[in-house]
Design a protein around this ligand. Structure first.
Ligand code: ZN
Length: 313
């Protein structure tokens, strides 16, 4: 096996603008009943301004209306295009132009919410990846492979978690640690420390441990596609600045809230110094998609474990 390099050694500091930060005191929780979402200083529509809502349910609605993912809707929506791409790649095991990036959210027992994958199921899925010979990598490794033509281990894959739920630390991390799997958690910086969300202490611990890399998921998890340039800039630049100040090293990856963005977003990401950004568009990541709009494979909580296994068989 090819040894992976320490990603921190290969990152260069980015220059980010100083942007005022406002912390909002609203509550947010994971996949539970009665959860509320934070208010925000940046509002894109009346329904998003200071109104409690179920974050995950809202995301599901937004993403469902924006993108249709074959794995989410079960047998009625054939998953053939995504599966065929991944299966084709997995079968060849050649130097990858395409690499699957798995998209998780909460690892918790809420079967009615497809964005929540049960801990036992998550453990089974990681066991499957391990036994199938997959090697989870970080975005730094992707950078090395795609931009500097460095080798990767066989069957590379990226594991990502959106939003920064505390169960990523409580339920997912011990499993990742068991297999020495790298993963990336995309943090909404204004959500940190709220109920059911990661705290800065937990983020710092995971960052120091080395397996978990953190990326930005903006300040407030709002729809970037409906923001002014200045509003987008604040969400993109300030979240990166906060994470880098807290962690003490560059943050190379970004994740669009609910997969929403426009051409301005892509320009701002590059100006801010992000090396990669991931969408909710289904499929394996391919450099030809552009480094700031990479496809991902959503892992849904309502599909059978066999469905997950079939992605890689
Ligand atoms: Zn999100």
């Amino acid at each position: 096996m090819i040894e992976l390099v320490n990603w921190r050694k290969h990152l260069v500091p980015s220059v980010v603008a100083a942007v005022p930060l406002f912390f909002i005191g609203a509550n947010i929780s994971g996949c539970g009943v009665g959860q509320t979402a934070p208010a925000s200083t940046v509002s894109t529509s009346p329904e998003k301004a200071g109104v409690s809502r179920n974050l995950l349910a809202n995301q599901n609605k937004l993403e469902s209306s924006h993108r249709i993912h074959p794995l989410v809707f079960g047998p009625a929506m054939p998953a053939a295009p995504v599966l065929a791409k991944i299966q084709s790649y997995a079968a060849t095991q050649t130097a990858p132009q395409e690499i699957p990036i798995l998209m998780y959210h909460s690892i918790s027992n809420h079967p009615k919410n497809t964005l929540c994958v049960a801990p036992a199921r998550f453990a089974e899925e990681m066991k499957h990846l391990y036994e199938a010979g997959y090697h989870p990598i970080g975005f730094n490794d992707l950078n090395q492979a795609w931009l500097q033509h460095q080798p990767l281990p066989k069957k590379p894959i990226l594991i990502t978690f959106d939003d920064g739920y505390e169960d990523n630390y409580q339920a997912a991390y011990p499993v990742l640690k068991k297999y020495n799997f790298r993963a990336t958690i995309f943090i909404v910086t204004n959500f940190v420390g709220r109920p059911n969300m990661l705290t800065w202490d937990q983020i710092h611990f995971l960052d120091q441990d080395g397996l978990i890399q953190f990326g930005s998921h903006t300040l407030d998890h709002l729809d970037l596609a409906h923001m002014s340039v200045e509003q987008q800039k604040r969400q993109i630049f300030a979240s990166k600045q906060i994470l880098e100040q807290k962690l003490g090293h560059p943050v190379p990856a970004f994740c669009f809230p609910s997969g929403r963005y426009n051409s301005t977003t892509l320009q701002l990401l590059q100006q801010a110094g992000y090396e990669f950004a991931v969408t909710t568009h289904p499929g394996s990541a391919d450099m030809n998609q552009g480094r700031w709009s990479l496809d991902r494979v959503r892992v849904s909580g309502d599909e059978a474990v066999s469905a997950f296994d079939s992605i890689f068989s």
